[in-house]
Design a protein around this ligand. Structure first.
Ligand SMILES: Cc1ncc(COP(=O)(O)O)c(C=O)c1O
Ligand SMILES: N[C@@H](CCCC[NH3+])C(=O)O
Length: 444
């Protein structure tokens, strides 16, 4: 397995992350366990910030909190000077509870409710990324009632298909997100937004997809957005001060993935904005981006305990662990690929081909199809790498499994940043109507 960040194999042959032996982490916190490498998260944040500073342009890097949203993560991102992108009242609430400066938060989403708009307005949100006309007019009306004028970007779909899984690509015309440039709806939205008195139109937003390895998709998106901006400048005298090119920068899950360095993505984006806006009358707009996966993805490792196995001769050997699609649904959803290693013992190169299954009552509950592992046996620890993004944040209680704890590790210290759910948590919101309580009492 590729060793990300501070991960290493120590003298006892155990996997160590952030100076913490994973065998000790299991003893202290149990499994399944999400382990987050603080140093690597900070490093990624700094790579983005430093790369943008080097361009000399005005910018904001907003961490897309959907990838991994907890109060401690919001604190880390705040300390590193990034902004934050949220898509729901829950993410906004988490950030506010963590004391994240609300003026550095951008609110996304294709169906923000009136209550969410109010919550964000009352809190003094930095910017709304408006997705559709219903939202635009609703926001304008609520803001007018409150005597406010929130800053907005309009989300446009530039008609770019990024080379990624179709369920995670969003910049093409047939998408539930945003105003399409090609069919004129983006033009109409800008004209309408410009006439509304209770919103302040800053610019445009485009997000073409996720887990993208090339820069050409971003370059084409920048070019189309710039052409569109020029058209509005020419026709209506409307000038945009912000262009947000979204997130989507890919990471290395397995050897098949070949992401660019953060600095290369940033440089390409900055160049294409500079190049495409060079001939506009106004100043070159600020660039905003929203990376999620590339900030936390490779900083996360999930630790499982191996339980049973089932060998079907000539077909496949299933090795089951104590988690599964409930803590990581990405394999089932996107056919995602992962690398893993036996973390609790030294081993040589001798291995066998197995498939790692979860414990949910679902045939599709697989974490890794076909991986060479060092003869896993019951009680072994299995570490799956690169689970920092869209794992904890997409976890569920399917089969009433309790969501795992999350620990943040750094320089030999480990801190729980999300407690393991308890049985009490599982039934905490359950209510039994009085008539059922009576019959239960009768039976007992
Ligand atoms: C609008 C928007 N911004 C940012 C992101 C973050 O993407 P990623 O985690 O791939 O960087 C997403 C998710 O794809 C998104 O939909
Ligand atoms: N959840 C997806 C990415 C979606 C990004 C949000 N638009 C994943 O795990 O890859």
């Amino acid at each position: 397995m590729y060793l990300h960040g501070t991960s290493k194999i120590n003298e006892q042959g155990h996997l160590e992350i952030g100076g913490c032996d994973t065998v000790a982490l299991k003893e202290q916190y149990g499994t399944p366990l999400y382990i987050m490498d603080e140093q690597l998260i900070r490093q990624r944040c700094r790579e983005y910030m430093d790369a943008f500073r080097a361009t000399g342009m005005q910018f904001q890097v907003a961490y897309a909190s959907k990838a991994f949203c907890t109060m401690a993560m919001c604190r880390l991102v705040e300390e590193e000077g990034l902004s934050l992108d949220v898509v729901s009242d829950g993410e906004l609430y988490t950030a506010m509870q963590a004391g994240f400066p609300v003026e550095r938060i951008h609110f996304h989403g294709n169906n923000k409710t009136p209550e969410e708009l109010e919550l964000a307005l009352d809190a003094g949100i930095g910017c709304f990324v408006v997705d559709n006309l219903i939202e635009l007019h609703l926001l304008n009306a609520i803001a007018a009632e409150k005597g406010l004028q929130p800053k907005i970007l309009l989300r446009v779909t530039p008609g770019v298909e990024a080379h990624t899984h179709e369920f995670i690509s969003t910049g093409q015309e047939d998408s539930k997100f945003g105003f399409d440039i090609g069919n004129g709806s983006a033009y109409e939205a800008v004209v309408q937004a410009d006439q509304l008195s209770s919103v302040e139109l800053l610019g445009l937003h485009s997000h073409i997809g996720s887990q993208i390895f090339e820069v050409d998709g971003f370059e084409v998106a920048a070019q189309r957005v710039a052409e569109f901006a020029r058209q509005l400048q020419r026709d209506k005298g409307i000038y945009f001060s912000v262009i947000n090119l979204g997130g989507g920068f890919g990471i290395r899950y397995t050897a098949e993935d070949s992401p660019l360095q953060v600095a290369d993505y940033v440089q390409a984006i900055a160049n294409s904005i500079q190049k495409n806006f060079a001939d506009s009358d106004g100043a070159v707009p600020q660039i905003w981006i929203e990376p999620g996966r590339s900030i936390v993805g490779d900083a996360g490792t999930t630790l499982y305990t191996v339980g049973t196995s089932k060998d079907i001769p000539g077909i496949r050997k299933y090795v089951s662990v104590d988690g599964g699609m409930s803590d990581n649904p990405r394999t089932a959803l996107y056919d995602a690929k992962y690398e893993a290693v036996i973390a609790n013992r030294a081993h040589d190169d001798s291995s066998e081909l197995v498939s790692v299954a979860g414990k949910c009552c679902e045939s599709g509950d697989m974490l890794i199809w076909d991986i060479e592992l060092a003869h896993p046996v019951s009680g072994d620890l299995l570490a799956v790498a690169c689970t920092g993004a869209y794992n904890y944040s997409m976890a569920s209680n399917y089969n009433r499994l309790r969501r795992p704890a999350v620990v943040l590790v750094s320089e030999g210290n480990s801190d729980v940043i999300v407690s393991r759910e308890s049985y009490a948590d599982l039934v905490g919101n359950d209510l039994v109507p009085a008539r059922l309580q009576a019959s239960a009492a009768l039976r007992s």
